[in-house]
Design a protein around this ligand. Structure first.
Ligand SMILES: [Fe+2]
Ligand SMILES: [Fe+2]
Length: 319
């Protein structure tokens, strides 16, 4: 096995681009040979007191940025992780990756998104934020900057079957609020509705749909949220849960997080996974006495369910 020290000394001699980053081509040529992928390489570096920051943007020096912590507190800091796959995730996903085009309420596919950067940082420059996260309140110069690609993110997804009983326990205990209408019962109903829809519109993606439905209201603290901040906050919490407990599951993190983040804006989606999650939630609107408007349903299956519920109600009235 190659030692971390050896890797570091090789890295010091790999030519850098003008912008300071080591191109993917050079990384491949000098370091990443068969059997060693980017995640493994970062794993070696993590053993040598290095931590990582992932970003779509390239900077020679990283400066602290305002960021919300889950507690809601805003502080200016650089965040770094010791978990390689989380850094790769951040290098591949940016806020602008997903767009809702105004007036055209559809899920936008990822464009020009095949490149990101991993910053290799010295652990000593950072303070501990939690078990896996570190933060630094002043600017830092990275030891190395690696270009990374979308394949690095997807190749890392190992096919580990999801234990849904365990998943349910982990996720549901993170629903901390005691709410009258957005409670665990609603979440489980959403999971059931969404799964029925998924069986019909995207049976091969049912795990993504179930996971999205389970997580969709995780940012709720009460029943009153006119600005949809529960969805925004929820996406951050959902991300932490996915990265911590489900990083080896064959799930489409991006899609799930997108569905959580935008589920409360009254949009529809052409993407069957996102559509199934959103529709499953909306089909449960009747619990609060609201009629579901088919205009706000994304999938044909959900509209069918609506129609058959209506027919059932009419039958009950007439009998
Ligand atoms: Fe919600
Ligand atoms: Fe909901």
């Amino acid at each position: 096995m190659i030692k971390a020290e050896k890797i570091i000394s090789i890295l010091r001699n790999v030519p850098k681009n003008k912008d300071g980053a080591i191109s993917r081509k050079n990384l491949d040529r000098h370091i990443l040979k068969r059997g060693t992928d980017l995640e493994k390489l970062l794993g070696f570096l993590a053993k040598k007191e290095y931590i990582f920051h992932g970003s779509k943007k390239l900077y020679k020096i990283i400066k602290p940025q305002k960021s919300h912590r889950i507690s809601g507190e805003t502080i200016s800091a650089i965040y770094a992780t010791k978990i390689p796959s989380i850094a790769i995730y951040y290098a591949m996903i940016s806020r602008s990756t997903h767009k809702i085009v105004h007036g055209k309420k559809f899920y936008n596919k990822h464009k020009n998104n095949n490149k990101g950067y991993i910053y290799i940082l010295r652990r000593n420059d950072f303070e501990k934020n939690n078990d896996e996260n570190f933060l630094c309140r002043k600017k830092v110069e990275p030891e190395f900057i690696f270009e990374c690609r979308f394949d690095d993110f997807y190749n890392n997804l190992k096919k580990e079957k999801i234990n849904w009983k365990k998943a349910g326990e982990i996720i549901l205990q993170n629903y901390i609020h005691s709410s009258a209408v957005h409670n665990v019962k609603h979440v489980l109903k959403t999971v059931r509705n969404s799964s029925i829809i998924a069986k019909s519109v995207c049976p091969e993606k049912i795990d993504d749909v179930k996971m999205g439905a389970l997580l969709h209201d995780i940012g709720r603290v009460d029943d009153f949220d006119r600005e949809s901040t529960h969805a925004q906050k929820g996406a951050a919490i959902a991300y932490e849960i996915l990265a911590k407990y489900f990083r080896n599951a064959p799930l489409d993190f991006k899609k799930i997080l997108f569905a959580v983040k935008y589920h409360s804006r009254g949009k529809i989606s052409r993407d069957p996974v996102i559509g199934a999650i959103w529709d499953g939630d909306r089909l449960d609107l009747e619990r609060v006495g609201m009629k579901v408007n088919p205009k706000y349903l994304s999938t044909k299956k959900a509209k069918e369910i609506m129609r058959s519920r209506l027919i059932e109600k009419l039958k009950n009235i007439s009998s």
